[in-house]
Write a protein that binds this ligand. Structure first.
Ligand code: XMP
Length: 329
């Protein structure tokens, strides 16, 4: 009979046998559930011979790189390197407003940065007497991803390619290690809890690889990023305070491309428009918009307009999927 404890023990044994006494593994982490659980499992199996890399792509949420770094290193003891590539990403995104172009730039730049870092870590690892070459790449692939990549060649096949860097690390010939490939999301959460990862992280909503770049409609710039981050933080904080975070599958604040007129104090202003989105879903293929009560929306709207400089309107998206998508771009 299957229990989580047995799964963990068996998986750790399997990883150790596969990697060998000196083998090393590298993997990208995002702060999301899957990559964190996979990383923690590796840490338990081979300690610092697992190297986690977090790329700050400049389109993360407020303080996200800092928070992820603290959680992974201080709380979970994972050997983590953070690469701040904000300037490179934002430079390449300058003047780009088409959603798929933004995705491509972010995906390709991510691979480039991750590859450079992997090579650096591999070079440094060579000098360590306790360890051998980096031969393995960790991926937090789940069972549904395995099925999907076999059976489904729709838009999300391209989505997955952004995160799938396996085989793309030129000249390194890394073998894939996918400890979660037989698990469903709820099992990954149970595994995470079993490994001592906080409830907060285990139940974190998914966040797309292209990050805020697909939640800021049109061109991404520093000002839009500031507005998007501040508005998103208020919205999510209020969702948590209202005890709704777990009931909602994904929520965020988007920054629209247009402006609107408003009155603030006694002045007419021409400001930014925030669109809030929150959905309930089990599989992310279909989704319903979340029916907040009016008082909640009133509170969030008032806070965003009062606290986020430059915003004069807040809208709530009442489109389900289909026909809408969960993201706005
Ligand atoms: P959509 O917007 O397609 O989103 O209804 C479904 C789920 O996929 C996530 N998503 C992405 N994840 N790269 C990602 O890593 C992407 O380009 C991307 N686009 C959408 C979205 O956040 C939701 O969970």
């Amino acid at each position: 009979d299957w229990t989580m404890e047995k799964f963990v023990d068996k998986e750790i044994e399997r990883i150790r046998a596969m990697v060998g006494p000196k083998g090393q593994v590298i993997g990208a982490v995002s702060g999301g559930v899957d990559s964190t659980v996979a990383a923690k499992l590796m840490q338990n199996a081979i300690g610092d011979r697992f190297h986690a890399v977090l790329v700050d792509n400049g389109v993360l949420r407020m303080d996200e790189a800092k928070i992820v770094k603290k959680t992974l290193t201080e709380h979970l003891g994972i050997n983590l390197t953070v690469v701040d590539a904000t300037d490179l990403f934002l430079g390449r995104l300058k003047g780009v407003s088409e959603p798929e172009k933004k995705r491509k730039i972010i995906g390709n730049t991510f691979i480039e940065i991750f590859q450079d870092k992997a090579k650096q870590i591999a070079e440094a690892a060579k000098d360590s007497p306790k360890a051998g070459d980096i031969e393995w790449l960790l991926q937090g692939t789940l069972y549904p991803d395995v099925i999907e990549s076999i059976s489904f060649k729709g838009p999300s096949a391209t989505i997955k390619t952004h995160h799938n860097v396996g085989g793309l690390l030129e000249g390194m010939h890394l073998k894939l290690i996918e400890p979660l490939r037989e698990l469903f999301k709820d099992e990954v959460r149970a595994l995470g809890t079993n490994l001592g990862i906080s409830e907060e992280l285990v139940w974190r909503h998914p966040f797309p690889g292209p990050g805020l770049a697909i939640r800021i409609l049109g061109e991404v710039n520093e000002e839009q990023l500031r507005i998007g981050r501040e508005a998103d933080k208020i919205f999510i904080d209020e969702i948590v305070a209202a005890g709704l975070y777990r009931k909602i599958s994904q929520a965020y604040a988007a920054v629209l491309k247009d402006r609107a007129v408003g009155v603030m104090g006694d002045k007419r202003v021409y400001g930014q428009i925030i669109a809030l989105r929150a959905v309930e879903t089990t599989d992310f293929m279909t989704a319903d918009w979340f029916p907040f009560d009016g008082e909640f929306l009133k509170r969030v709207s008032r806070r965003i307009v009062n606290e986020v400089d430059g915003v004069c309107r807040v809208l709530y998206d009442v489109t389900s999927k289909p026909p809408g998508t969960i993201e706005m771009e």
